[in-house]
Design a protein around this ligand. Structure first.
Ligand code: SF4
Length: 286
């Protein structure tokens, strides 16, 4: 039987923004014993479960915060929410990723310059909800450039992106918006708010997918950057997104010799190692 090779992408797994958020939360919980986060601190069940064991509770509403200490997640928060937190005199632990913070500043800058802000992103994602808050009145978030043609838009527009979107899709979106708003638009500004950590992971995943006959993407099913990794690999080769090694199906490996593994920016190192071990064990017929 031919030897099966399991290879990891040259860039994958936990990014600096998530490592930083986990470090801040761990320090805060040692100091305060119990803290609440409004939504999961990162989009990975394993990370959230581990933090829950040490006293970090996930709540959905400010009313559910009992311990007077609340953490803002790595995805950031809109200014309106920060004002509500301040009004309740809660102690804030802010883990907003610095890259997300830059995107918020870009949104604010465009809005202050009097431009209507268009955000390339999923309107329901927590980061995008935050960006919409910073982008002033009438900002719009969408993944479909053609939708812009149906909107009544002023002649001054600004475009930014959710940090974890794919750069090729962002370029396509910008082109669609340009087609929709020219020649009426007078002032069109684009600020590149994409995260380079995400871009590096996507490029490395595409490179590895090109050399593999199966790609496994490890990460939260609800993680935007993990979903993007699966999206960029699937047109190239058979790709499966899994959160844990338990989700691997033996049939996927049938006839495969080169298996590529990548992981989202919120995937813990242990989850990736477990997946690699299980793939190697199945490949060797154990
Ligand atoms: S993927 Fe990028 S934007 Fe998101 S937390 Fe990591 S470093 Fe920050």
């Amino acid at each position: 039987m031919a030897k099966v090779e399991v290879k990891k992408a040259r860039e994958f797994g936990l990014c600096f923004g998530v490592r930083r958020a986990i470090k801040i939360i761990n320090k805060a919980v040692r100091e305060h014993q119990e803290i609440a986060t409004l939504g999961p601190i990162v989009h990975n069940r394993l990370v959230v479960a581990k933090l829950a064991d040490s006293g970090v509770k996930v709540v959905n509403e400010l009313d559910q915060v009992q311990d007077r200490v609340i953490a803002i997640t790595s995805h950031g928060a809109p200014p309106q929410l920060l004002s509500q937190i301040q009004a309740r005199k809660l102690r804030v632990i802010d883990t907003t990723c610095p890259i997300v913070r830059s995107a918020q500043k870009a949104a604010k800058k465009l809005a202050q310059a009097g431009l209507r802000v268009i955000i390339f992103g999923e309107a329901t994602h927590p980061e995008v909800k935050g960006l919409l808050g910073w982008a002033g009145n009438n900002a719009v978030a969408t993944l479909k450039g053609e939708e812009i043609a149906n909107l009544e838009l002023p002649r001054r527009l600004g475009i930014i992106s959710q940090t974890t979107q794919s750069h090729t899709k962002f370029v396509e979106f910008i082109n669609e918006v340009i087609r929709a708003v020219f020649p009426d638009v007078q002032d069109l500004r684009i600020i590149n708010t994409l995260c380079q950590e995400t871009r590096k992971r996507q490029e490395a995943a595409i490179e590895l997918a090109g050399k593999s006959d199966l790609m496994i993407v490890v990460g939260g099913h609800n993680s935007a950057n993990t979903q993007r990794l699966a999206e960029v690999c699937s047109p190239i080769v058979e790709t499966h997104l899994i959160e844990t090694a338990a989700e691997i199906e033996k049939d996927w490996l049938s006839g495969k010799q080169h298996i590529g593994v990548t992981a989202g920016a919120s995937t813990p190192d242990e989850a990736i190692e477990e997946v690699v071990c299980k793939l190697e064990s199945l490949a060797s017929g154990d």
